[in-house]
Design a protein around this ligand. Structure first.
Ligand SMILES: Nc1nc2c(ncn2[C@@H]2O[C@H](COP(=O)(O)OP(=O)(O)OP(=O)(O)O)[C@@H](O)[C@H]2O)c(=O)[nH]1
Ligand SMILES: [Mg+2]
Length: 219
């Protein structure tokens, strides 16, 4: 019975995700789903990235949270269009949440849409939002066992981002082991390391995104 209900929820989500994908493609917009545990540094990455990306691409952000507009306020402070999506207790965004917000975006003046998912290393990974690229975030502060403990977070990621590397001298985190675990879960995944605090790796991440976004928006 429960399995049937879950299947129906996922089927409904997949059909909304397919419609979202058609919408992004019709408007030549690249969509990135950013997911990871609470406090892994997702908004901080957007704050570091958006000033660089905006020199070439017109960006907007959808912020998913259970409560508050704090993350949307941080993005708005950069003069980037942003909508806060509140899930009313839900632990992930669905493609239907996103679909409702798409109508409020100006599609003809947009190249790149980031969706910051609800901070949670488990549920968001099961819900396709129709994105072209999925960036899964793990901070060194969370511990090097997390790829093995939360494999779904990384299984379908286009890019695995290891954040807060400025904290490496202060925490026990075996980078080589984590990279090996990520590759075992997802052999095709690209892995980058960043610090929003020092700016390390932000240029590489920005270049990686720009290359893909320019490719997709040109189609
Ligand atoms: N040292 C260090 N701290 C960081 C870095 N990035 C983020 N932080 C800190 O980590 C905390 C969480 O950062 P956020 O960017 O809010 O994390 P988040 O993943 O968006 O959090 P939620 O949206 O609540 O899931 C904040 O106190 C940040 O200042 C980093 O690169 N280095
Ligand atoms: Mg955030």
């Amino acid at each position: 019975m429960n399995i049937k209900i879950l299947r129906r929820v996922l089927e409904k989500n997949d059909s909304a995700a397919a419609e979202n994908r058609i919408w992004y493609n019709r408007h030549h917009i690249t969509c990135i789903n950013l997911l990871g545990g609470a406090g892994s540094g997702k908004t901080a990455i957007l704050e570091a990235l958006l000033p660089e990306l905006q020199t070439e691409l017109r960006c907007a952000v959808l912020e998913g949270d259970l409560a508050t507009t704090r993350d949307a306020d941080r993005i708005a402070a950069l003069n980037v269009p942003v909508l806060q999506l509140l899930t009313d207790g839900g632990c992930h965004l669905t493609a239907t949440h996103v679909q409702a917000a798409l109508h409020e975006l100006p599609p003809d003046s947009l190249d790149l849409l980031f969706i910051e998912n609800v901070g949670n290393p488990i549920c968001p990974a099961n819900f396709d939002l129709g994105e072209h690229l999925r960036i899964s975030v793990l901070s060194v502060a969370e511990g090097d066992d997390k790829p093995s403990k939360y494999p779904l977070l990384f299984r379908d990621a286009t890019l695995a981002l290891i954040t807060k590397v400025d904290l490496l001298p202060h925490v026990k985190f075996d980078l080589a082991q984590v990279r090996e675990d990520l590759r075992r879960l997802n052999p095709a995944v690209r892995i980058l390391q960043t610090s929003a605090r020092t700016g390390e790796g932000i240029g590489d991440l920005s270049a990686w995104i720009m290359e893909r976004a320019l490719c997709l928006t040109a189609v």
